[in-house]
Write a protein that binds this ligand. Structure first.
Ligand SMILES: Cc1ncc(C[n+]2csc(CCOP(=O)(O)OP(=O)(O)O)c2C)c(N)n1
Length: 575
């Protein structure tokens, strides 16, 4: 029986002999490597935190003590030590283990996350909460050096250093965010961490070798026994123990899709099709070449947004500002005010973090910032925390902002040019996934609203925004239906909508939360114009969260497939 097979809960980790811990770590690594190989996942991040997690479970007793992992992507070893080993192969799939940590999955998960830089604030909240309710337990926040580039971490440190509830902060410093970490905090951690944290009022322990379990146990015990807030600084290596990850200079195998090992070499199963992010990044290359005032900003997502080649070509005009969405947007506002033409490439889910910056710093001064809103819609395996399904609801009320989405890849150049030309805030939303390259449909030059499929006397009209129009178009094939692409959700063409309303039945299909999206825009306009038309909506559920799983399968279940749309139209059309 392997050591891991003997571990049903963290108590069993504490029961092992000290000499057995390195073998336990090796076994954990093996399972992490095989799991990610078959289902994909946060490989490099989790490999780097193995010893740290074993040491944490030796010293602290969950669930009474609370381990709060920032993001939660590095914590596969924690899942494996807390009774979830048998289900590890279900990771990130429908009904399977969650991609990040989730208290509904295990009492050992102190808090769920998925977005970065929240652990310290959660930790202070838990510590104060335990203190005020006189409940037992210590609180430990485990934070990456990348997460420390996020302002919320510093808001949390500012409070933790003086709070009565005592927090232990463990810094998992591997020098990497997803890409190499950026900015001055990384330098401080290398050179001056003790002085920095002590000057804030923390005790500082470290730096300690984050792969020496014995040393880690010692420093964590010291932190546990201290009466002051403590920072434990562990130096770790991302991708540790798996050569292909260790030697991946760009991300150290941060996160990967399923892979195979052939002759000791890692083969990634990528189909070689162009994604929306890639298509947009390629377009940016020609845009930056032609427009010397154009600049690009990413909050730590060079890789995800496919911007690395662009950053290599334009090192002065592509800014990776770290995991700092709020700063990214206000920084873009500053650039725009100084006469530049900023394009912020940001995932829909991470734009959420900067709604006030969007309103206060960009929309109110009506600055010409273009937002390339990536991963708009369902994202699949990353699940609930990463679904790009809220941005439309908070963007639609923004005065003066346009919200467009390409249906085909070759819509992108016109959309970008139009966004830049309007000299006001502009959102271009596109989903996760591969593009449909060519555009067989003519666009109305004036309104840009277009019939993707027209029909003389349609019995129902599908109304969509973006690539879902392709699904709607397919649903029209051989049926008396038509499909309208609204183009700009904030400027739907009245004449087009009126003629769609003449069919008597509209089906608004959208891959977002149902309140505040295209359905709202369409029904508001119809009401204002005094048209009567039956309008149905196919979208996400209003009162539930769509969790992890294959997005295509989820779309099917939500009725956002060809069959689903046909069903919706047939049941709605007039007999
Ligand atoms: C608010 C937010 N922005 C971006 C991301 C995407 N993201 C996930 S992990 C990660 C890097 C985290 O780096 P670090 O905290 O150092 O942890 P490591 O992966 O190096 O262990 C990023 C940028 C996120 N999860 N949340």
């Amino acid at each position: 029986m392997s050591l891991l097979e003997r571990i049903a809960s963290p108590a069993d980790v504490r029961a092992l002999g000290v000499g057995e811990l390195p073998s336990l770590c090796a076994e954990l690594r093996e399972v992490i490597i095989t799991t990610c190989g078959s289902v994909g996942g946060h490989l490099g991040a989790s490999l780097g935190a193995v010893e740290l997690i074993v040491a944490l479970h030796r010293v602290f007793r969950t669930p009474v003590d609370r381990l709060v992992f920032d993001v939660g992507h590095q914590a596969y070893a924690h899942k494996l030590l807390t009774g979830r080993r048998d289900r590890m192969s279900t990771l990130r799939q429908v009904g399977g283990l969650a991609p990040f940590l989730d208290p509904s999955e295990s009492e050992h998960d102190a808090f769920g996350a998925g977005h970065a830089s929240t652990a310290i604030s959660i930790g202070v909240g838990l510590a104060e909460g335990l203190r005020l309710s006189q409940a037992p337990g210590q609180v430990v926040a485990i934070v990456g050096d990348g997460a420390l580039t996020g302002g919320e971490s510093f808001e949390g440190l500012n409070h933790a250093a003086v709070a009565s509830g005592r927090l232990i902060v463990v810094i998992n410093d591997n020098g990497m965010s997803i890409s190499a970490n950026v900015g001055a905090v990384a330098g401080m951690l290398r050179r001056d961490a003790r002085r920095f944290f002590e000057s804030l009022g923390f005790s500082y322990v470290g730096p300690v070798d984050g792969h020496d379990v014995g040393a880690l146990v010692d420093v964590l015990r010291q932190a546990k026994d201290s009466s002051k807030p403590v920072v434990v600084h562990a130096r770790t290596q991302k991708g540790r123990g798996f050569e292909p990850a260790e030697s991946d200079a760009t991300t150290r195998g941060h996160a990967m899709g399923p892979y195979e090992l052939r002759d000791g070499k890692l083969v990634r199963g990528r189909e070689g099709k162009t994604t929306w992010s890639e298509a947009f990044a390629v377009l940016l290359e020609s845009h930056l070449t032609k427009n010397p005032r154009a600049v690009v900003i990413t909050p730590a997502m060079l890789e995800g947004s496919s911007l690395s080649p662009l950053a290599a070509r334009f090192p002065q005009r592509v800014f990776d500002v770290g995991i700092a969405e709020q700063h990214a947007i206000t920084f873009a506002a500053g650039l725009a005010k100084a006469g530049l033409q900023p394009i912020v490439c940001i995932y829909s889910t991470f734009l959420q973090r900067a709604v006030d910056q969007l309103i206060h710093d960009v929309v109110l001064p009506r600055l010409p910032v273009v937002f390339a809103v990536d991963r708009a819609g369902l994202v699949g395996a990353d699940g609930a925390t990463h679904q790009g399904v809220f941005d439309l609801s908070f963007s639609r009320p923004l005065p003066g902002a346009s919200i467009t989405s390409p249906v085909f890849a070759d819509d992108l150049p016109e959309l970008l040019q139009a966004a830049v030309d309007r000299n006001a805030p502009a959102m271009i939303r596109f989903p996760r996934g591969v593009v449909t390259p060519s555009r067989p449909v003519e666009v109305d030059a004036a309104t840009r609203t277009r019939w993707l499929v027209s029909h003389d006397r349609p019995e129902a009209v599908f109304v969509t925004h973006g690539p879902l129009g392709l699904v709607a178009s397919e649903a029209c094939v051989g049926r008396p239906f038509a499909a309208l692409d609204v183009h700009d959700v904030n400027a739907i063409d009245r004449t087009m909508l009126r003629s769609a309303a003449e069919s008597g039945v509209m089906i608004v299909a959208e891959e977002v939360m149902p309140r505040g999206g295209v359905f709202g825009a369409v029904t508001e306009m119809l009401a204002l114009e005094g048209h009567s038309c039956s309008v149905r909506q196919v979208s996400l559920p209003a009162d539930a969260v769509v969790r992890h799983g294959e997005a295509r399968e989820q779309r099917k279940q939500l009725g956002l497939s060809v069959e689903g749309l046909v069903r919706a139209a047939e049941s709605a059309r007039k007999p």
